[in-house]
Write a new protein. Structure first.
Length: 162
């Protein structure tokens, strides 16, 4: 890693790129493993922005609204919290649309009794966050929805907690 520190100090001093070509994959992999306090703080801010956007979207969801209106709530909150971009284009899929892999239309009306799937994250200073959640449009799970959600949540627990 000594050469990497040398390149960093040269870059700070305004020196141009090295004349030789190096495979930086190993160095990049090592850099991804360990985060300094500043990087951890950025990751936490990106996660908080994503969390707040998802909570805003959940509060805005109700029958009669459209998927794109919920998408707009997400994008607004990302920017309001300082994120520069969505990490990828959000998926906001109500009812049967949630079964379409990589659904992107985000234009259908939301109906009471349907579930809404949101897969959305933001990018903040080069750090991306990601979250996928499914919840009932009308605010209450039906019997079968509640049962399948309980199974899913139970599967997330460690074996010792089941």
């Amino acid at each position: 890693m000594g050469w990497l520190n040398q390149v960093r100090s040269q870059a700070r001093a305004g020196i141009t790129a090295p004349a030789d070509i190096r495979d930086v994959r190993v160095a990049l992999d090592e850099m991804r493993l360990i985060k300094d306090d500043g990087e951890i703080a950025l990751m936490r801010r990106a996660a908080a922005s994503r969390r707040d956007a998802h909570q805003r979207a959940m509060r805005a969801t109700r029958p009669g609204r459209s998927e794109y209106e919920i998408e707009a709530e997400l994008l607004y909150e990302f920017r309001r919290r300082g994120a520069q971009y969505p990490a990828y284009w959000p998926i906001v899929a109500g009812g049967a649309n949630a079964c379409i892999l990589h659904y992107r239309d985000n234009n259908a009306p939301l109906a009471d009794g349907d579930l809404l799937l949101i897969d959305a994250g933001c990018e903040l200073d080069g750090y991306a966050s990601d979250l996928t959640r499914t919840f009932p449009v009308g605010g209450k799970f039906s019997g079968p929805q509640k049962t399948s959600t309980s199974w899913y949540l139970a599967a997330q627990l460690p074996r010792s907690a089941r």
